[in-house]
Design a protein around this ligand. Structure first.
Ligand SMILES: C[S@@+](CC[C@H](N)C(=O)[O-])C[C@H]1O[C@@H](n2cnc3c(N)ncnc32)[C@H](O)[C@@H]1O
Length: 198
């Protein structure tokens, strides 16, 4: 991630704030995952943006760690958390996901929507606690065919991301969002004996 990319994201979020954009809605994948059985433990939201998903998880009683390169997006999330009395539940971390890596086995739910980095996927999957869920949505090769300016490394190849899951995961669902420009994965890590299951 270059400084120019960081500034681009900050400018995008600053622009959205100027336009009076309201709090983003929780991502459908977050809604789906939080409605399923989950083990105890926090939620990790990667490339969170201002994240309605983080707010939804916190309202559901989860501690949430939100990581993003954009300080502007994270400040918006922190302000929304303060407004809603959720500051104790949501921690924000400004970091570059090209280098930042989560701790292993630590999160009931790891969520990443709107971002793809093959090198991050394995560590993110290993950050899921036994019995926990991994939810991911990213652009596909079809999106790049429609918008050739998209970099290849930002787009899922056929079968990804499920094809890249480490052993010990069951795919609950993987499919293209109507239009085919994005693909969604929801997968569960095998539970420890007696833990949460599908
Ligand atoms: C399309 S937005 C998705 C935001 C949110 N997850 C959602 O679904 O609405 C992509 C996010 O990735 C963040 N991002 C881009 N490159 C990043 C990097 N190298 N490290 C951390 N975050 C990054 C941007 O700041 C932005 O918030």
């Amino acid at each position: 991630m270059s400084d120019a990319d960081r500034e681009r994201w900050n400018a995008k979020y600053e622009g959205a704030a100027c336009e009076g954009t309201t709090e983003p809605a929780a991502h459908p994948l977050a809604e789906r995952a939080l409605a399923l059985p989950l083990p105890d433990g926090p939620v990790l939201d990667l490339a969170s943006g201002p994240s309605g998903s983080a707010l939804l998880a916190a309202r559901a009683g989860r501690d949430v760690r939100a990581v993003d390169i954009s300080g502007v997006a994270l400040a918006r999330l922190a302000a929304a958390a303060r407004r809603d009395g959720l500051s104790e539940r949501i921690s924000v971390e400004e970091a570059d996901l090209e280098v930042w890596r989560p701790p292993a086995d630590a999160f009931a739910l790891v969520l990443c929507t709107g971002y793809w980095d093959r090198a991050l996927f394995g560590p993110a999957a290993r950050a899921v606690a036994p019995g926990g869920l991994l939810g991911w949505e990213a652009l596909t090769e079809a999106a790049r065919r429609a918008r050739p300016s998209l970099r290849a490394e930002w787009c899922l190849a056929e079968g990804e991301p499920a094809a890249l899951l480490p052993a010990g995961f069951t795919v609950l669902e993987q499919g293209d969002v109507p239009g085919g420009a994005k693909r969604r994965l929801l997968a569960r890590r095998t539970a420890a004996p007696g833990g949460a299951d599908q």
